[in-house]
Design a protein around this ligand. Structure first.
Ligand code: AHR
Length: 501
């Protein structure tokens, strides 16, 4: 009944490491406190950026980081965030709690953070409340090498060389907080703003259009038709289309969510697991529309916001979106990453929201303390898939059913890396039952299969500042070699990675 079948000879399409990307916004304690503590802080830092957070994120090989928003992006005016910090103007972060933003973390600090993380920067420009000129000049400021007003301004702020900037978002959620536009109107705006966001010298900009919210297939259809290609002269207008989908129990009219991150019953466990799996249908159906206009799959589907979204932790600011993170989130992370791996011919970047202290974070901080969440550990275990060749996996799973929901208990994905190692990642969403899975492996003989497992002792198992290592990966010895491959004893509510040679 529970079987996975794969043939390593079918490994072909690359799993772009950017599928394991991240998103960090000026929201709550993500940028400030999460990364930025300032040069004079007691917390060890490099040029104002926390050392512990950078070190931890380097271990999960963050490939790309999206910034400054989110909804914040369409209210952000980049010129407020350059020059001497004490002279930078303040603004009100109207979308996220009306708090004062001092602009101490701006373009130079973000590019420094990316350099420290050794990741690609992905900047999202302001379409909703900014001008074409403002966006165009930001790109010029960052990437132009010659002499120009913006490159001179950059030099006067201490940076002589241009930065390399590939990924550039032309607005965020322009159907909502980014300007309440229709798909038809945004398509035209995208074409105009995208035109003036220039590629200078050898810096080839990869333009990402605002994509659909959840299952808004009309948005994808219109964008692909009107803003996908230049019908007169040929060529592509967009390189990527950005889908957003959050997994939550229920959304209230004010945008907040019900259901807590750590206090939930089995009905809410399976509801979240089931809603997480909806990503499969979303990716498949949006891709089908994209296939119609772009059968060669040149335009990527970029899921640049995804993750779980709960009611905030009691006693915290309602607009700071601070939530804990449990084994339930680890299962959603694992199953979602399996989905992205499966569709890696179209999904070439994804950015989980939001790295530190916000939504489905990798890291939580409290003053000088830091903890790694179960989701962090999943991202660490899945680093084996970065840029590896995806091996299609046929998964036959028993159903896990509860409270009217029914989901496949087992999820899996696999890849072969540059050294020829096969990696299989698997998860078991059933919180009660260990599952024996037969793995039929074609095209290879198994000699070794060391593995690791992430498992909690309860559905809401999580790490706290008092017990930061309650949930962390351990060595896994539940796999045995069989005549046809492996038999794996997949523990209840667990995530497993195997290295098969
Ligand atoms: O990630 C939080 C918010 O969710 C982002 O700012 C916005 O783009 C989305 O609605």
């Amino acid at each position: 009944m529970n079987e996975i079948t794969l043939d390593v000879k079918l490994a072909k399409t690359k799993i772009d490491r950017n599928i394991y990307g991240h998103f960090s916004e000026h929201l709550g304690r993500c940028i400030y406190e999460g990364y930025w503590v300032g040069e004079d802080s007691q917390i060890p830092n490099v040029r104002g950026i926390r050392k512990d957070v950078v070190e931890a994120l380097r271990k999960i090989k963050v490939p790309v980081l999206r910034w400054p928003g989110g909804c914040f992006a369409d209210e952000y005016h980049w010129r407020d965030g350059i020059g001497p910090r004490e002279q930078r103007p303040t603004m009100i972060n109207t979308h996220w709690g009306g708090v004062v933003e001092n602009n101490h973390f701006g373009t130079h600090e973000f590019m420094d953070l990316c350099a420290q993380l050794e990741c690609e920067p992905y900047i999202c420009g302001n379409v909703g409340s900014g001008t074409v000129q403002e966006m165009s000049q930001w790109v010029e400021y960052v990437t132009f090498d010659g002499k120009s007003p913006m490159s001179d301004l950059r030099r006067s702020n201490g940076r002589s060389e241009p930065w390399k900037l590939k990924y550039f978002g032309v607005g965020n959620e322009n159907w909502g907080c980014g300007g309440r536009m229709t798909a038809e109107y945004y398509s035209d705006e995208y074409r105009r703003y995208g035109l003036y966001a220039r590629s200078y010298g050898d810096n080839q900009l990869y333009r990402i259009a605002c994509g659909p919210r959840n299952d808004d297939y009309h948005w994808t259809q219109v964008l692909m038709e009107k803003a996908g290609h230049d019908q007169l002269l040929g060529g592509r207008y967009m390189d990527g289309l950005a889908l957003h989908y959050y997994t939550s129990v229920r959304r209230l009219p004010d945008g907040s969510r019900v259901g807590f991150a750590t206090q939930f019953d089995e009905a809410e466990w399976i509801e979240i697991v089931s809603k997480g799996l909806f990503m499969d249908e979303l990716v498949r159906r949006h891709s089908t529309i994209m296939d119609e206009y772009d059968p060669a799959k040149k335009v990527a589907l970029i899921v640049d916001e995804w993750g779980t979204w709960y009611a905030v932790e009691p006693g915290t600011h309602p607009r700071f979106l601070y939530q804990q993170n449990t084994m339930r989130d680890a299962i959603v992370a694992a199953t979602t990453l399996d989905i992205f791996n499966k569709y890696c011919d179209r999904v070439r970047m994804a950015n989980i929201a939001q790295t530190v202290n916000v939504l489905q974070a990798m890291i939580l901080t409290q003053n000088a303390q830091m903890l790694l969440t179960p989701s962090y550990h999943v991202f660490e275990m899945y680093t084996v898939h970065h840029d590896a060749a995806m091996v299609p996996v046929d998964v036959q799973s028993e159903r896990y059913e509860h409270a009217g929901y029914s989901v496949p208990a087992v999820s899996a994905s696999a890849s072969v890396d540059a050294s020829g190692k096969l990696h299989i990642t698997m998860s078991n969403a059933n919180p009660h039952k260990d599952i024996a899975v037969k793995a039929f492996l074609r095209g290879m003989r198994v000699s070794r299969m060391p593995g690791r497992v992430l498992q909690g002792d309860a559905m809401n198992a999580h790490n706290t500042f008092d017990q930061p290592n309650a949930v962390k990966p351990k060595a896994f010895s539940g796999a045995q070699v069989t005549g046809e491959g492996l038999e794996i004893a997949l523990p209840k509510m667990s995530v497993v990675v195997l290295e098969v040679t």
